[in-house]
Design a protein around this ligand. Structure first.
Ligand SMILES: Nc1nc2c(ncn2[C@@H]2O[C@H](COP(=O)(O)OP(=O)(O)O)[C@@H](O)[C@H]2O)c(=O)[nH]1
Ligand SMILES: [Mg+2]
Ligand SMILES: [Zn+2]
Length: 383
C-alpha cells in the first residue's frame, strides 16, 4: 500500500502525487468511500490501491483512492487540506493596500484553521515607499504577524519566500491583481502560470479557477545538492462579502491587542464598541496606544458584519418555524431544509453541506447525488 497527496480534481477523480514513487497518478475514488460521504480535496493525504505505473513517459499511471487520512486542518475558501502556512498577499499600491481585507482574512483563518502559521506577504514593493512599508511593519509585527516584503517583478524578497515554502504546504490568498500567480512563477518558473488576465474569461490549463498543489523545488544556495520539495497553491481572488461571518462573541478573541486590554474594561461582557469604561476606546486617543487606528476600524467593521449576520440567522430560524422550506436532493431522496434569507444563503453553503453529510451519516439511504452536490459546492466556493 502506498500513500499520496491529492494535487487536484481531474476527470471525475483526482491527480495524486506519490512521494515514494515520485510520480503522479490518475485516481478514481473507491465507491465505498463515496458512500460513506468521505470528502476529498486538494492537499488531502490518501492511501492508494491497485497502483498501475505509467508504461511510458507520455501517459499517467493509475490507482484507486482507498482511504483518506485524518486531516490536520481544512481551509474552506477554497477547499484545501493540511496546510502548514497561509500567505495573505496584497500590494501596497495597484491595487491599494486594504487593511480591512487583511484583518478579515486573519480573523477568518484563525477561526477556521488549526496548527498553521499565517504571514502577510506584501508584493509589488518596487512600487512602495520605505515609510509605507515601515508603517505596516510597526502595526503587524508587534502582534506576532510576520510581514514579508517582496517584488515578483524585481525578485526582491523571493529568496526568503523560497526558504519559507520549502518542505511545507502553503497557500497564497488575496484579491485579484496583487501578484499571486506572478509570485508562484518566481518560485517555479517552468510552471508559467497565466498572469494579468481576467480570470473569469479563462478556461484553460493554468488559470486559477480550481485549487491545485504545485511542487516547489528548493535548492540550497550552494547548488542543488539538497532537495526539499514544498507544495504551494494559487487561488483565485475573492471578496470579503464571500467570507462566512464569525459569531460576534468570537471576533475580539482574534485581535491580540484587544484581548490584552479587555480584562480592564468596566463590564466583563464589553464589546469595545460604545460602552462606558471601555479601556480599548479610552486608549485609542492616547499617543502610546498599542492599538492601531486601522486595526480598531477593522474590528468595528467585522463586528458590525458579524452582528448583522447573527440577526439574520435569528430571523431565519423564526422563518423556518412558520414553514418557509425548500426541498433538496431530488427524486425519492428529497429532504426539506430551511429556506435561507438571500444574503445568508451564499455564506451558508458549508452549513448546507454539513446537513447533507449528517443526513448521509444518519443514513439508511445512499445519497448518490450528494457527492455531486458537494463537489459543486466546492466548485462554487473555489471560483
Ligand atoms: N510592479 C509590479 N507589478 C507586479 C508585481 N507582481 C505582479 N505584478 C503585476 O500585477 C499584475 C497582476 O499579477 P497576477 O500575478 O496576475 O496577480 P493575481 O491576480 O494575484 O494572480 C500583472 O500585471 C503583474 O505583472 C510586482 O512585484 N511589481
Ligand atoms: Mg492569479
Ligand atoms: Zn471594552
Amino acid at each position: 500500500m502506498i500513500s499520496g497527496r491529492v494535487l487536484r480534481r481531474h476527470a471525475g477523480g483526482y491527480l495524486v502525487h506519490s512521494d515514494e514513487l515520485n510520480a503522479i497518478f490518475q485516481c478514481p475514488v473507491r465507491a465505498r468511500l463515496k458512500k460513506e460521504g468521505v470528502s476529498i480535496f486538494a492537499g488531502d493525504l490518501v492511501d492508494l490501491d491497485e497502483v498501475e505505473p505509467a508504461l511510458s513517459d507520455t501517459e499517467r499511471g493509475t490507482a484507486v483512492i482507498s482511504a483518506r487520512h485524518q486531516r490536520k486542518n481544512l481551509l474552506t475558501r477554497p477547499f484545501i487540506a493540511n496546510l502548514d502556512q497561509v500567505f495573505i498577499v496584497q500590494a501596497i499600491h495597484q491595487p491599494e493596500w486594504n487593511a480591512l481585507l487583511c484583518d478579515r482574512y486573519l480573523v477568518q483563518l484563525q477561526l477556521e484553521l488549526e496548527h498553521f502559521r499565517s504571514f502577510i506577504c506584501l508584493n509589488k514593493c518596487d512600487l512602495a515607499e520605505k515609510d509605507e512599508m515601515t508603517a505596516l511593519r510597526n502595526i503587524y509585527e508587534p502582534l506576532g504577524y510576520k510581514i514579508l516584503f517582496i517584488s515578483a517583478k524585481t525578485g526582491e524578497g523571493v529568496e526568503e519566500l523560497k526558504n519559507r515554502v520549502s518542505a511545507k504546504t502553503s497557500v497564497l490568498i488575496g484579491p485579484s491583481g496583487v501578484g499571486k500567480s506572478s509570485i508562484i512563477n518566481q518560485l517555479i518558473p517552468e510552471l508559467e502560470l497565466k498572469v494579468d488576465i481576467n480570470e473569469d474569461l479563462l478556461v484553460g490549463r493554468h488559470t486559477t479557477t480550481y485549487s491545485e498543489l504545485y511542487k516547489v523545488p528548493y535548492f540550497e544556495k550552494n547548488g542543488p545538492a539538497h532537495l526539499h520539495a514544498g507544495w504551494i497553491v494559487d487561488t483565485p481572488g475573492f471578496s470579503i462579502s464571500e467570507l462566512e461571518y464569525p459569531e460576534p462573541a468570537d471576533v475580539a478573541w482574534q485581535f491580540p491587542e484587544i484581548i490584552e486590554l479587555a480584562p480592564n474594561c468596566k463590564f466583563s461582557n464589553c464589546q469595545h464598541l460604545v460602552e462606558d469604561g471601555c479601556k480599548i476606546i479610552e486608549t485609542l486617543d492616547s499617543p502610546q496606544s498599542k492599538i492601531a487606528g486601522s486595526r480598531y476600524a477593522s474590528y468595528c467593521a467585522i463586528m458590525a458584519d458579524a452582528q448583522a449576520a447573527q440577526k439574520i440567522r435569528k430571523e431565519t430560524t423564526q422563518k423556518v418555524d412558520v414553514g418557509t422550506k425548500k426541498t433538496v436532493g431530488g427524486h425519492a431522496k428529497a429532504r426539506v431544509l430551511p429556506r435561507l434569507n438571500e444574503r445568508f444563503r451564499a455564506s451558508s453553503k458549508r452549513r448546507g453541506r454539513q446537513d447533507l453529510m449528517e443526513f448521509r451519516k444518519s443514513g439508511n439511504e445512499e445519497l448518490e447525488e450528494g457527492d455531486d452536490a458537494e463537489d459543486d459546492a466546492a466548485d462554487d466556493l473555489g471560483t
